[in-house]
Design a protein around this ligand. Structure first.
Ligand SMILES: NC(=O)c1ccc[n+]([C@@H]2O[C@H](COP(=O)([O-])OP(=O)(O)OC[C@H]3O[C@@H](n4cnc5c(N)ncnc54)[C@H](OP(=O)(O)O)[C@@H]3O)[C@@H](O)[C@H]2O)c1
Length: 276
C-alpha cells in the first residue's frame, strides 16, 4: 500500500497484518518507514510487514519502486492506493506537474499500470483507491484545459477535491478495462479521520481547521475498516467499479458519473506519465 507509514494507511497495514497478510507499506523517509514497520510489528505480535521507498512526486521513483517490488515479491493480491497530500501553494514536481495532481493521481495511475500484470497473473486480486467524499467539491467536474491550475487561482482544497474526483475516474475506468480479468477495482471514502493529513508542510491553516475539528473525527483504525473490508472480505468478491463508505455504496457527485471524462483523464494520464 502506498503511504502506509502514517494515518489510515498505517492502521490498514496493522489490520491486514492481524489478518495474517504479508504487508508492504511505502514511505518517503526511511526513518518513518522503519518506525512504522516496528510499530506495526510490535502491535500485531506476528505481523509480517516491510517498507519500501516511494515518492509519488517523482515518476522515476514510481518506476524504480515497481521494479524493486517485482524483483522482491512474486505475488500481489491487493494494491491499496492510499497515499495523499494537500498543499496550500502551487508547486511543481521534478516532472513538472502540479504536486497534488501528481501525488494524488498521476503517480498512482502509473503505479497501477506498472503493477497490473502482476495483479492479473495472481487473480483474483483487488485494487483499492482511497478517494474521498471531498470529490463532491469539484462541482463542475475537471477543467481539462487547466488540470495543472495554471490559469485559475490555486485553492488547496479545491485542487484536492479535483484530485479525489480523479481517484474515482481512475477506479471506474480501470474497473471497466479490467472487466473479466478477475482483478477488481473499488474506491473508498474513509470518513473524516483524525490523522496528520493536511497538518504537515505548508498547510498550517488547514492544519488548524483539522485540529479544531479533531474531536469530531474518527480514529485511524475506524477509518481503515472500510479499506480492510475491501481488501479482505468475501462480501466484495467479484464486485468492481464501486465507491464505498462504511461498507455501503457511497454518494457520488454528478461529475463522478461522467464516463467520458474518466476516459479522457485516462488517455491524458497515460501520456503525461509516459505509461502510454
Ligand atoms: N483523514 C481524512 O479525514 C481523510 C478523509 C478522506 C480521504 N482521505 C484520504 O486518505 C488517504 C490517507 O490520508 P491520511 O488521512 O491517512 O493522511 P496522512 O496521515 O497524512 O497519511 C498520508 C500518507 O501519504 C504519504 N504521502 C504523502 N505525500 C507522498 C508522496 N509524495 N509520495 C508518497 N507518499 C506520500 C504520507 O507519507 P509522509 O509521512 O512521508 O508524508 C503518509 O504516509 C489520502 O489519500 C486522503 O486523501 C483522508
Amino acid at each position: 500500500m502506498t503511504g502506509g507509514n502514517a494515518g489510515i494507511g498505517k492502521a490498514t497495514a496493522e489490520g491486514l497484518a492481524r489478518l495474517g497478510a504479508r504487508v508492504v507499506i511505502t514511505a518517503r523517509d526511511p526513518a518513518r518507514g522503519e518506525r512504522a514497520v516496528e510499530d506495526v510489528r510490535l502491535r500485531t505480535g506476528r505481523g509480517q510487514v516491510d517498507w519500501m521507498p516511494l515518492n509519488l512526486a517523482s515518476l522515476a521513483s514510481v518506476r524504480s519502486f515497481a521494479d524493486d517490488f517485482g524483483s522482491r515479491f512474486d505475488r500481489l493480491d491487493v494494491l491499496d492506493l492510499n497515499a495523499g497530500a494537500v498543499h496550500s501553494r502551487r508547486r511543481l514536481t521534478e516532472d513538472g506537474y502540479e504536486t497534488q495532481f501528481q501525488v494524488n493521481h498521476l503517480g498512482h495511475f502509473l503505479l497501477a499500470q506498472l503493477l497490473v500484470d502482476r495483479l492479473r497473473a495472481g487473480a483474483p486480486s483487488r485494487i483499492i483507491v482511497v478517494s474521498s467524499d471531498a470529490h463532491t467539491g469539484a462541482r463542475r467536474g475537471l477543467d481539462f484545459e487547466d488540470l495543472q491550475w495554471e490559469r485559475r487561482g490555486y485553492r488547496s482544497m479545491a485542487v484536492y477535491s479535483h484530485t479525489k474526483l480523479m481517484n474515482l475516474y481512475l477506479t471506474f475506468e480501470l474497473a471497466r478495462r479490467l472487466e473479466g480479468t478477475g482483478v477488481t477495482v473499488n474506491a473508498v471514502h474513509p470518513g473524516f479521520v483524525g490523522t496528520q493529513f493536511g497538518r504537515g508542510g505548508d498547510t498550517r491553516l488547514l492544519g488548524l481547521g483539522t485540529l479544531i475539528a479533531r474531536p469530531f473525527s474518527r480514529r485511524p483504525a475506524r477509518g481503515a475498516q472500510g479499506v480492510i473490508w475491501l481488501a479482505a472480505s468475501p462480501d466484495v468478491e467479484g464486485v468492481t467499479g464501486e465507491f464505498f463508505f462504511d461498507c455501503s455504496p457511497a454518494r457520488r457527485s454528478k461529475p463522478a458519473r461522467d464516463a467520458e471524462a474518466a476516459r479522457r483523464l485516462w488517455d491524458l494520464s497515460a501520456r503525461l506519465s509516459g505509461a502510454a
